[in-house]
Design a protein around this ligand. Structure first.
Ligand code: F6P
Length: 410
């Protein structure tokens, strides 16, 4: 067995560094957003006060007595981390547990009147209703004039850049620029002649895995709802329409997470938005509706999707689903962190090495929004650093498409 690569796990203990800012500033901003989302009563506000105090100045507390998932969290490290500072445990773990406690504070897990009420839904719905979403959907009609392969590429890039739509990310204003539409992957928010916005591009290799004979199967691990999920669904529909895949599994979150992550309710909102849009968008919506109805597209909302763990620890059922797929496409920054491990990798660490644990071919489509990065060509890294120091890692203006997985399958 070859030595697996390793690097220090990211913790949020350095004031001024990005992970510290997320815990010290972004999480309080998320709590403020949630307070204003609905007319919660005094009890919820008191619970949010307590969470704010704990996550900024306190230590990690236990789950409430009788929590339905107490055993699961014990297995995920809660017993070990209880009583420790949020800033000294793995950053990924601290973020994940924060969202678990936040939902508890608003009564999401019930029983009670607020059970199942997603505190982030107003923001997600506003995004679906935004004029930008309408413009993006109307622009789809023009894609019909492109040859199918170009359309596939445009929709792949639409799904990739859709990852800029991360509501949590916007809360702290990290994105330098919302940028314009970018179907060729060179402009994005920060592409230049010397350093393209797309810092690694295995897009052609990814699409080559899906022959147009209808035998391909896709496992799509979704990230954000709204303006990211919509282009994900368009890509899925297009691949089905052109026989690049015959079946797909769409993995969603079992409960609201990292502000804007997509749940089943968000999928249904997005689907309804597509169907009611008219034009080409409605055609995609109807195709997906039919594919869900006849079982060509299946949904999964597995507890592991909200786990504070890397994909190296995939449980057996998910491992089997990903192993059976022609390729798994994994969206977004958080999924990338979980795929390669939330660690301080040297940026030129081969992506193939850090994804060799995955049970099948896996492609990451991600906007760079955190320090984790692997698979960069040394010249690209040098050009990025020369241009902007380390800012490119977290600025939200660079993107990548990387393909990895077990060596014999890619
Ligand atoms: O929606 P995405 O692309 O997974 O991004 C979520 C991101 O939020 C952060 O965790 C900070 O909250 C990022 O660093 C991160 O990975």
């Amino acid at each position: 067995m070859p030595d697996l690569p390793s690097a220090p796990v990211i913790v949020a203990d350095a004031p001024g560094a990005f992970p510290h800012g997320v815990l010290a500033e972004r999480h309080p901003a998320v709590i403020r957003q949630v307070r204003d989302a609905f007319p919660y009563g005094p009890e919820v506000h008191r619970a949010l006060d307590a969470l704010l105090e704990s996550c900024t100045h306190g230590t990690i507390g236990a789950l409430p007595e009788g929590a339905h998932d107490a055993r699961r969290w014990a297995g995920w490290g809660l017993d070990e981390y209880t009583g420790r500072s949020w800033f000294e445990v793995p950053w990924l773990w601290a973020e994940s547990y924060f969202y678990r406690l936040l939902l508890d504070a608003v009564g999401y897990f019930g029983p009670g009147p607020w059970q199942g009420v997603d505190p982030f839904r107003p923001a997600k719905l506003a995004e679906l209703d935004a004029p930008e979403t309408a413009e993006e959907l109307a622009a789809l009609d023009a894609l019909d004039d492109l040859p199918p392969d170009e359309r596939t590429r445009a929709l792949l890039h639409g799904s990739l850049w859709g990852n800029r739509a991360d509501l949590g990310f916007r809360l702290s204003g990290d994105a330098e620029s919302e940028g314009g539409d970018d179907t060729d992957g060179t402009r994005g928010g920060g592409g230049t002649d010397d350093v393209p916005a797309l810092v690694a591009d295995d897009g052609a290799r990814l699409l080559a895995l899906l022959p147009p004979d209808g035998t391909g199967t896709l496992c799509l691990i979704a990230d954000n709802a709204g303006r990211e999920l919509v282009p994900d669904l368009l890509l899925l529909s297009h691949l089905l329409e052109h026989g690049r895949i015959g079946r797909a599994e769409l993995q969603l979150k079992p409960y609201p997470y990292y502000v804007s992550d997509a749940t089943t309710a968000d999928l249904l909102d997005a689907l309804r938005r597509l169907v009611s849009a008219g034009g080409a968008a409605a055609g995609h919506g109807r195709r997906l509706w039919a594919a869900l109805t006849d079982g060509r597209v299946t949904l999964r909302a597995h507890p592991f999707s909200c786990a504070p763990l890397p994909y190296a620890d995939l449980p057996g059922d998910l491992r089997a689903a990903c192993a059976a797929a022609t390729v798994t496409v994994l969206k977004g920054d958080l999924n990338y962190r979980r795929l390669v491990g939330d660690r301080w990798w040297p940026p030129t660490t081969p992506f193939a090495d850090v994804t060799a644990h995955f049970p099948g071919p896996v492609a990451a489509l991600r906007i760079l929004k955190s320090d984790v990065i692997t698979g960069l060509d040394p010249r690209t890294e040098a050009a990025l650093v020369a241009r902007e120091g380390q800012r490119w890692r977290t600025g939200g203006t660079r993107a990548l498409i990387q393909l990895g997985g077990p060596p014999h399958r890619t």
